[in-house]
Design a protein around this ligand. Structure first.
Ligand code: COI
Length: 351
């Protein structure tokens, strides 16, 4: 893979403190940029992080052909850089591209691009607990025409952002029954930019009521739970870990979701991926068998839920006394930071 590299003249690293970083606010010295034109990816470049010059008629700004991924890189105890499950994100990126009628990105461009960019900016990987280098690959249509049709040209970019925790504390969640995130046949299973923009209104309404995020329910009956904010959701009920299944195409197949389910099985729990109704959740809560609720996501990692409100019924939890989610979180962190072996081959080394 031929990537032209232009180095930044001066590193910005000395200007920031890699501790207590907010999510997604700082970016490293370099970015990768490539153009899709005449059916192929070209002009593949790593260059100093810089603004883009875009035409106001840029198709993505009007019709939203835009997708992205979130991946994280860590340093192990020897200071070597590793990326967490990037091939899974690569596959999901291309699934998103297919659904949004955008071109596929080759594995070479995605993986080599990632590795060479991180290699150059490896000093930006924070080493503080709960910190990492967040990787944001994204693609958008770049035709300069406002006719409604799939673009013929696209931009693929990778940014790197040293970051701290996305959510700092256990969350209060409002079960949403009016607005919807995803419908069967829609785009809920892919990482289309519009999924996030269209969630903001309902989230703002929940915030006014004092909640951090919404738990989406299905669009047809508002009976089955889907996702929380930017996260998948897992319920520990009795000796089972239950999470909504992916078949209906309304849930994002999270890489952290998959990792957490693997580790829950490893810890001896029975994992069920299936429809889960709010009534079943309430019944379990009343019976005292709903022990833990947590969200999973690349940015969020594993985030505990301390309150779930459905209509006027409030379910409270005390994460301080939990066993399962903290154990899974610790195991995941140990694998990511190279403090324990990596039995699933999740960590990909950056040379
Ligand atoms: C992620 O977890 O990587 C996300 O994409 C969530 C959010 C920051 C958009």
């Amino acid at each position: 893979m031929d990537i032209v590299i232009t180095r930044a003249e001066r590193s910005k690293l000395q200007d920031i403190n890699l501790e207590n970083l907010p999510f997604g606010k700082y970016f490293t010295d370099h970015m990768l940029e490539a153009d899709y034109e005449n059916g192929e990816w070209k002009n593949i470049e790593i260059k100093p992080y810089q603004p883009l010059l875009l035409s106001p008629s840029l198709a993505a700004l009007h019709y939203g052909q835009a997708i992205f991924e979130g991946i994280k890189a860590y340093k192990n105890t020897n200071g070597e850089a590793f990326i967490f499950r990037p091939h899974d994100n690569f596959r999901r990126f291309n699934a998103s591209a297919e659904r949004m009628q955008m071109p596929q990105v080759s594995e070479d461009l995605f993986m080599e691009g990632l590795k060479q960019l991180i290699s150059l900016d490896r000093n930006w990987i924070p080493e503080k607990p709960d910190h990492s280098l967040y990787i944001r690959p994204f693609m958008f249509s770049s035709d300069e025409i406002i006719g409604v049709k799939p673009s013929e040209s696209y931009k693929f970019i990778i940014l790197l952002s040293p970051t701290g925790p996305y959510y700092n504390a256990p969350m209060r969640i409002y079960v949403e029954e009016q607005y919807v995130r995803a419908v069967p046949g829609g785009v809920g299973y892919v990482k289309a930019a519009g999924n996030y923009g269209s969630a903001m209104y309902a989230t703002a309404q929940a915030r006014k009521k004092g909640y951090d995020q919404v738990l989406w329910t299905d669009a047809l009956e508002h009976k089955y739970v889907q996702e929380i904010g930017t996260m998948n959701v897992i319920f520990i009920i009795g000796d089972k870990a239950i999470t909504p299944g992916l078949e209906a195409g309304t849930i994002l197949g999270g890489v952290t979701r998959d990792s957490a389910l693997t580790l829950l099985k490893e810890a001896g729990l029975t994992v069920e991926e299936r429809d889960l109704s709010i009534n079943e959740i309430i019944d379990a809560y009343k019976a005292g068998s709903l022990y833990e609720v947590f969200g999973t996501g690349t940015a969020a990692t594993i985030t505990y839920i301390k309150e779930l409100r459905y209509k006027d019924f409030v379910m409270n939890f005390e994460p301080e006394g939990w066993k399962t989610a903290p154990a899974i979180k610790a195991r995941l962190t140990d694998i990511r930071e190279g403090k324990s072996t990596d039995p699933y081959g999740w960590m990909v080394k950056v040379n």
